[in-house]
Ligand binder design. Sequence first.
Ligand SMILES: Cc1ncc(COP(=O)(O)O)c(C=O)c1O
Length: 372
Amino acid sequence: MTKPIALLDLGAQLSRYRDRALAAMTRVVDASEFIMGPEVARFEAALAGYVDVPYAVSMSSGTDALLAALMALDVGKDDEVVTTTFSFFATAGVIARLGAKPVFVDIDPGTFNATGAALQAALTPRTRALLPVHLFGQMTDLGDLWSSSPVPIIEDAAQSLGARLHGKPTGHFGSMAAVSFFPSKNLGGFGDGGAILTRDERLAERLSILRVHGSKPKYHHHIVGGNFRLDTIQAAVLEIKLEFLEEWSTGRARNAALYDQLFAESGLIDRGLVKTPTKSPGSNHVYNQYVLRVENRDDLQKFMSSRGVGTAVYYPIPLHLQQCFSYLGYNDGDFPNAEAACKEVLAIPVYPELESDSIRRVVDEISAFYRL
Ligand SMILES: Cc1ncc(COP(=O)(O)O)c(C=O)c1O
């Protein structure tokens, strides 16, 4: 029996930091300081330094980071926030939770990201923010809109920490960028976590108040916030793991390049059976996911599973067709690029420690499926 290949094997990286992470967790336990404290402050400083922004405000999750970012802009009832229909649910869920209206746009079929033109075309007098998503680890290139947008831009950078566009990292473009430390993200914690990156001192201050129920000092509530704090134990672990992030991103990009080469050599692309990810010019993709577009996706996925290769579909249903958003009145056919992507996308293993033999085997298995 051939060895299974997981979509993501976090165990493969564990030996790099296991002892240090456990020692850091022990320190937090021994100090019995589980909320905020120096570990959180140190991690925030390290994260801000990594992306070269003055402020990183840690949060309890990527979802809460997005929610707090919208709250910091006072987004609420009767407001519209324009975003992509092809993303993880949280991107739109946070807009709806504040009583605002998610306004969806279609994606570019190559990069899977919304375009600046599409986001701009959806602006109305009610638009309070744009929420582009840097899907799968590649930044959305909004071109001039980054600086000319009439409303603040929040980057959903949950999947793109470490990615760059024209040399500048995620977090440098919008008013705020929300990142996630969900364990499967390129920088994953030992549980949930998130952060907001910003260059704006006023927003950083507001976010740090919002994450403690809007209070400063304690028990004096100026605004209604929430409990959006990152656990101290997570901060202690993430500070250590951050040291490896560049190396891991390089490993992911190396694996992606080998896939690109092997798929090109396989003939699958020429035969129109497989399409490898499109890189937008000037962008450093960090491949949180390596996502193919394939013919006969569901059968291929079953075949790969029978061959012991882990794959995943991100995402099977676009946001505008989710049942909970039926009140928005969108229909099947409204965003054909995203709807087609939902039927064709398949993420294959790309984690940094994946060996080249395994990469070759993944491509061989896909070739075998189409020869059946
Ligand atoms: C694009 C996107 N936005 C938001 C989130 C929410 O992050 P979290 O799971 O940390 O709440 C995720 C990750 O799950 C995501 O992939």
